[in-house]
Design a binder for this molecule. Structure first.
Ligand SMILES: C[S@@+](CC[C@H](N)C(=O)[O-])C[C@H]1O[C@@H](n2cnc3c(N)ncnc32)[C@H](O)[C@@H]1O
Length: 115
């Protein structure tokens, strides 16, 4: 599926817009899209939130180049770079056997690196 202006229109775009909307409407909002791809989410989020700054990362140099072309119209609101992001250091939810209410995830500490 294609997006206005070219690129990729993700099938869950409406859901992503709804979920992130409240956070991205805040002054000074910055979004890191760690799988920028062909900038489908990125373009829609930048259009929906005129104050949003976006940092787009992708491991694929061709994707970064294409996204750079697609996102050029947003000027200095966008920084795109080739990076391989690792989420392997995220903690895993554990079952809390004392709750009596089934699975209860423990707090997770998100950490990510890119190189
Ligand atoms: C389905 S596409 C993303 C589509 C994008 N969200 C959009 O709206 O157009 C997935 C992208 O993730 C990138 N990718 C996969 N693993 C990655 C990693 N570890 N770090 C950075 N990018 C990664 C791929 O190169 C690919 O371009």
């Amino acid at each position: 599926m294609s997006a206005p202006g070219g690129g990729h229109r993700p099938v869950l775009l409406d859901r992503v817009l709804a979920l992130l909307g409240p956070a991205l409407d805040r002054a000074g909002a910055v979004l890191v899209d760690a799988t920028l791809g062909r900038a489908g989410h990125a373009q829609a989020l930048l259009d929906a939130h005129p104050g949003l700054m976006l940092i787009g990362l992708d491991t694929d140099a061709a994707a970064v180049a294409e996204s750079g072309r697609l996102l050029a119209r947003y000027g200095d609101r966008v920084t795109a770079a080739r990076r391989t992001v690792s989420f392997s250091t995220w903690g895993c939810p554990r079952r809390n056997s004392t709750s009596g209410r089934g699975a209860s995830p423990t707090p997770m500490t998100p950490r990510w690196t890119c190189g």
